[in-house]
Design a protein around this ligand. Structure first.
Ligand code: TYD
Length: 203
């Protein structure tokens, strides 16, 4: 019995987080056992690392090593045991975010990220990744109306353009697990895309 592993990705301001809770309720209504988690984070150790990554200044390699350290603990302590028990795991960001932010945004070596991914995940990949895609300018307008920015949210439009391209590269390399959603639409329209995507898989 193996549960499904579904990840949610997109630049800051894409609006993905609000859909995760709704999808959890929708899946529970269909009889699934669901765990909602996030990265960096998801365990006490990984949440402590999250606080450091989001608020302390550091170089791109340190950032990459810390997000993968957090991921290792999360995968070992939370994700693998849940999947083994047949639970559906909904994770707000995963390794595609590292390729997009540290790889695309910061320009860190993609081959090194690929090596870390192989060591840390030992073959674990999401069954499906919902990529909430929208132009960085629209995302910036949304963020301006929201809360105080962390280290990533404070970056400029060019940074988020590189992050978006980083997601695009991952999507092109592994198209089978990606569903690209038009996050510029209204929340209700985006939700319809989420539900249709899951239904098209028979989930
Ligand atoms: P985010 O999902 O935006 O949390 P919140 O909605 O609460 O602000 O995630 C926090 C930030 O972490 C986000 O700006 C992207 C960044 N991040 C990376 O840079 N690399 C990673 O591997 C992950 C998982 C996140």
């Amino acid at each position: 019995m193996t549960g499904r592993f579904i990840t949610f990705e997109g630049i800051d301001g894409a609006g993905k987080s609000s859909h995760i809770g709704r999808l959890a309720d929708w899946l529970k209504g269909r009889g699934h056992t669901v765990v909602v988690t996030r990265e960096p984070g998801g365990t006490p150790l990984a949440e402590a690392l999250r606080d450091i990554v989001l608020h302390r200044s550091m170089d791109a390699m340190t950032e990459a090593l810390l997000v993968f350290a957090a991921r290792r603990d999360h995968v070992q302590q939370q994700i693998r045991p849940a999947l083994a028990a047949g639970t559906t795991v909904l994770c707000d960001r995963f390794t595609d975010a590292t390729f997009a932010y540290q790889g695309g945004g910061r320009g860190f070596d993609l081959a090194v990220l690929g090596q870390l991914e192989a060591w840390v995940q030992e073959g674990l990949q999401p069954d499906m990744t919902l990529w909430f895609d929208l132009p960085p300018r629209v995302a910036a307008q949304r963020r301006a109306a929201a809360r105080a920015a962390d280290r990533f949210e404070a970056e400029d439009e060019a940074f988020f353009e590189r992050v978006r391209q980083g997601y695009q590269r991952r999507c092109q390399a592994q198209p089978a697990r990606f569903a690209v959603l038009d996050a510029e639409r209204t929340p209700e329209q985006v939700w319809c895309q989420v539900a249709q995507t899951l239904e098209s898989q028979g989930w």
